[in-house]
Design a protein around this ligand. Structure first.
Ligand code: NAD
Length: 514
């Protein structure tokens, strides 16, 4: 049986607008990856992945996984665990290093496929692949570190140290907006720590996920160490989360999905990386040209579909009107189109639901009394496009200034002082990224100290994380875990504390010393 699953809605809409959808049987039928083999789903059902810039173009057909598939994937991961966790970490690192080389060799092909499947412009897709390469290389190097620490004992002839141990089987659930970078971030960290993995990618980007698994298989990863089950979040995702043999869940996605996962994960180790409503503060002493560049890149890059997107601009009232004019003039010049075309600045949204969500928030903003300066419509062209949109005269109680839209809709709010600007910045439930443009080092330092967010950029936009630094947020953005850098290892390992007593006699801590 054939289903359209996630894309069903978009294809119906396309039929309404007159698109003729390609025949699924003409396309490659991709498989699940279980126990080192490519296999069909026990469900017998499939779904397609299409191009958001040209929705009639199908990129491949994928398995709609089910509970039976997840059970088999967990079984394969369980079987593979003793050998993989017993493999010296530097040797595990060598497999990752080979995978990084293969990603590098295939960078352009992977980037082009990513643009076709997810819509982001080609330069950004290259950046996404590069981030996957960077994190894979970084985690390969972690194989020679995985540091614990040593500390003196309070007793004679006794050694104390800590070690990093794998958690066991890790369930990794990922979104579509960084189709290679986010899966690579989680998979490589989990693997280097000696875990085995059941991976469920987003149903909007199964092709990119399949490519990553192919690369790791080719690099020599033993069968069963990494298993991939494509399919819906409610079926495959939830089955992984509930599975009693899965020891850790690492999820990136929407906060409502994260909350649902947390409710059923029980006593598993759970890492949730969720949304943002990130602000850029622009002070009256800022380099305004630089700040405009930062707002354009942070607000409209990836069509606003980054967890770190700058969806709020908090501008000092003295420069508000000048800054608005500068921004509008730049936004007007942004060219929408297929991300594979070199002159395109802004690609499509991921699907019709995202297009409708942006349109819905434009209506909400207008009703709330915000002033629409530019944009606000879906242009009349093929694909899930939405105009770069800017509202001004927003206030912190408005929904467009509070809720994550995940589209190219930016809200501008004015503030009378640095402290008011910081208060506005902190007035949302999220706490992922933040930025301030100012030439005053004291103001920058006040912002660093007072903004409640996992990331603060000075004179730079809200986006641009590097893989050797921790990444994550506070408040409702996450559970406090971090990905990237040494902290990225913590999510996928347990600390073991070791005491070695070589005195040959009973020594009692807290008693024999006093
Ligand atoms: P989503 O929550 O809809 O889906 C994410 C993943 O969860 C997908 O694989 C999906 O199939 C799965 N899923 C859906 N329902 C599930 C369920 N009930 N149980 C288990 N799994 C389920 O999110 P999305 O639309 O793919 O991604 C956009 C969201 O991700 C935004 O909110 C964005 O801010 C967030 N995001 C956060 C970060 C970060 O690091 N903080 C990075 C990228 C994206």
């Amino acid at each position: 049986m054939v289903t359209f699953h996630v894309h069903e809605q978009s294809l119906i809409k396309n039929r309404i607008t007159g698109y003729v959808v390609e025949n699924m049987s003409d396309h490659k039928n991709h498989k699940l990856f279980i126990g080192g083999r490519w296999v069909d789903s026990a469900s017998g059902e499939t779904f397609s992945s299409d191009n958001p810039a040209k929705p009639r173009q199908i990129l491949g057909v994928f398995q709609k996984g089910c509970k039976e598939d997840v059970d088999q994937a967990v079984e394969a991961a369980e079987k593979a665990f003793p050998d993989w966790s017993g493999t010296p970490a530097p040797r595990r690192g060598l497999v990752l290093l080979k995978a990084a080389q293969s990603l590098r060799k295939n960078k352009e092909r992977l980037a082009r496929e990513m643009t076709m499947e997810m819509g982001k412009v080609i330069q950004e897709s290259r950046g996404d692949v590069q981030e996957a390469i960077d994190v894979t290389e970084y985690m390969a190097g972690e194989g020679r570190r995985l540091f614990g620490f040593t500390t003196p004992s309070e007793l004679r002839k006794k050694l104390c140290f800590t070690m990093r141990m794998p958690v066991g089987i890790c369930g990794l659930i990922t979104p579509w907006n960084f189709p290679l970078a986010i899966p690579a971030q989680k998979i490589m960290a989990a693997l280097i720590c000696g875990n085995t993995v059941v991976f469920k990618p987003s149903s909007d980007t199964p092709l990119c996920a399949t490519r990553l698994v192919e690369v790791l298989k080719k690099a020599g990863l033993p069968g069963g160490v990494l298993n991939m089950v494509t399919g819906s979040g409610e079926d495959v995702g939830m089955t992984i989360v509930k599975h009693e043999k899965v020891g850790a869940i690492s999820f990136t996605g929407h906060k409502d999905t994260g909350a649902a996962i947390l409710r059923v994960a029980g006593l598993k180790k759970v890492g949730l990386e969720m949304g943002g409503k990130n602000a850029i503060i622009v002070m009256d002493d800022a380099d305004l040209d630089l700040a405009v560049n930062g707002v354009i890149w942070g607000g409209y890059g990836t069509t606003g579909q980054r967890c770190t997107a700058a969806s709020r601009i908090v501008v000092h009232e003295k420069i508000k009107s000048k800054f608005e004019k500068m921004l509008v003039s730049r936004i007007r010049r942004l060219k929408l189109g297929d991300g594979l075309k070199p002159r395109t600045d802004v690609g499509p949204l991921i699907n019709v639901a995202a297009q409708e969500k942006s349109a819905k928030y434009v209506e909400i903003g207008k009703k709330e009394g915000a002033k629409l300066l530019i944009g606000g419509e879906s242009p009349k062209m093929e694909g899930f496009f939405f105009e770069p949109t800017l509202f001004t005269d927003c206030t912190i109680d408005m929904r467009i200034a509070q809720e994550e839209i995940f589209g190219p809709v930016v809200s501008l709010i004015s503030a009378k002082s640095l402290y008011e600007a910081i208060e506005v910045t902190n007035s949302v439930e999220y706490g992922l990224s933040s930025a301030i443009y100012t030439r005053d080092v004291n103001k920058a330092c006040e912002a660093i100290m007072r903004i409640k967010a996992g990331l603060t950029y000075i004179n730079s936009s809200t986006v641009g994380a590097e893989v050797h630094l921790p990444f994550g947020g506070v408040k409702h953005t996450g559970t406090g875990t971090r990905e990237g850098g040494i902290e990225g290892i913590e999510e996928f390992s347990e600390t073991k504390t070791v005491y070695v007593d070589y005195s040959g006699q009973l020594q009692r801590a807290q008693i024999d010393m006093h």
